[in-house]
Design a protein around this ligand. Structure first.
Ligand code: ADP
Ligand code: MG
Length: 379
């Protein structure tokens, strides 16, 4: 009896170990079967495996009519590692990464890359950057505390430090100017508006500047700012566009200011990208009302941190997924391609060390608004 029990246990142990040791390849094949990922009795056939230090790439022949399928995303859970499924040249590719993406990457990992190029974050495939000269406008969505403001401060810092003479910023910081206030006297910061009236005035100045740039380019027969060799790119940053909504308790003047802001932001998105203006449109509430269709259609770069619902993700990114992001600073960056990234982390002290030297102490930005002698005064 002892013997029998012993051998039974041994057999069980071997069986369990065999199950436990099932290779990723086998697990993938089982998953195909369980998901009924086949056509009639024809299943995908493993063709080859390519391994690197970062990942294993499994390539499959699939029967005609079968393509990549969202349901294959369960592989991420089955294998408990990041998985990318793609379908190219008639073959199915399943890339299984060796490690999960980390939850914090220090900013100094990201080396500068070009005049108006910023780090976006670390992806499973390495560093990801965004070039505003290629894609001028960007929307940044994400529920509160997920990393929007810190992302904006990070890239403002990056641009000022690496291209101090080639960038200017106009910031609508409607949560009482708290987030960007410390930077108000930097020479590259042309305005920080903390209320509706100042926002309208700031955007009016931007609109004027667009018109005069257009006139200049026309006068030299240049088709765009690149041809006209325009040296600076102007960034219009809206930290929380949700604050730019009218309600019945507002004064008529504020309602008018808000409408004016919307008109100008939409104008910037439509006409100013080629003139070296970039609109960065941030919101924690990506709804159709807040994310103006013109702005969305002209913002070919989209960043989204975690959002509350799949519907919001649909508005922000035209796809679901942002509602499943798990960590602060984790975001989906979407242009033609799409990456899941962890945005670079930078501390306040580090920001100041890098750009504090551009503070112009003679500047008289003590009032609510950030007028500068070399640009304009508002308020
Ligand atoms: N990329 C990041 N990596 C790690 N932690 C981050 C990152 N971005 C933000 N955080 C943390 O989250 C907090 C909230 O970020 P913040 O940008 O203010 O959020 P939001 O503007 O979306 O409300 C920050 O104070 C910081 O501690
Ligand atoms: Mg914020």
């Amino acid at each position: 009896m002892d013997l029998l029990i012993g051998s039974g246990l041994a057999a069980f142990t071997i069986y369990a170990a065999a199950k436990w040791n099932k290779s990723d390849k086998e697990k993938i094949q089982h998953t195909f079967r369980n998901l009924n990922y086949k056509i009639k009795d024809k299943e995908p056939k493993h063709l080859k495996t390519h391994r690197t230090d970062q990942y294993s790439l499994y390539t499959y022949h699939v029967p005609y009519g079968l393509v990549d399928d969202e349901k294959l995303q369960v592989l991420e859970k089955v294998l408990d590692r990041p998985v990318k499924v793609s379908f190219e040249k008639g073959k199915l590719h399943i890339k299984v990464y060796n490690k999960k993406l980390g939850t914090k990457y220090a900013y100094d990992l990201f080396k500068p890359k070009g005049k108006w190029t910023i780090p976006i974050g670390m992806s499973q495939d390495g560093l990801v950057y965004h070039d505003f000269d290629l894609i001028p406008h960007m929307t940044v969505a994400g529920a509160t505390t997920q990393g929007k403001t810190q992302f904006m401060k990070m890239f403002v810092t990056h641009l000022i430090e690496n291209n101090p003479e080639g960038v200017e910023f106009y910031i609508l910081d409607l949560k009482g100017k708290l987030a960007f206030n410390k930077y108000r006297n930097l020479k590259q910061i042309k305005a920080i508006a903390g209320n509706y009236g100042d926002s309208a005035i700031t955007l009016k100045e931007v609109k004027k500047s667009i018109q005069s740039d257009m006139d200049y380019l026309l006068s030299i027969d240049a088709e765009n700012a690149k041809e006209g060799n325009v040296k600076t790119r102007k960034f219009i940053i809206v930290d929380e566009a949700g604050e730019l909504q009218t309600d019945k308790y507002m004064s008529d003047a504020d309602k008018e200011h808000i409408k004016e802001c919307h008109r100008t932001l939409s104008h910037i998105a439509r006409v100013a990208g080629q003139l070296r203006y970039s609109l960065i449109f941030g919101t924690q509430y990506p709804t159709k009302e807040i994310l103006d269709p013109q702005i969305k259609a002209n913002s070919l770069a989209k960043v989204s941190f975690r959002l509350s619902t799949a519907v919001q993700s649909g508005v922000a990114l035209d796809q679901t997924g942002a509602e499943t992001l798990e960590y602060v600073g984790r975001a989906i960056y979407k242009t033609i391609d799409e990456h899941i990234i962890q945005t670079p982390f930078i501390t306040k002290d580090d920001i100041w060390e890098r750009i504090g030297r551009y503070e112009d102490v003679s500047s008289t930005n003590e009032t609510a608004n950030q007028g500068r002698s070399d640009t304009f005064t508002i308020g």
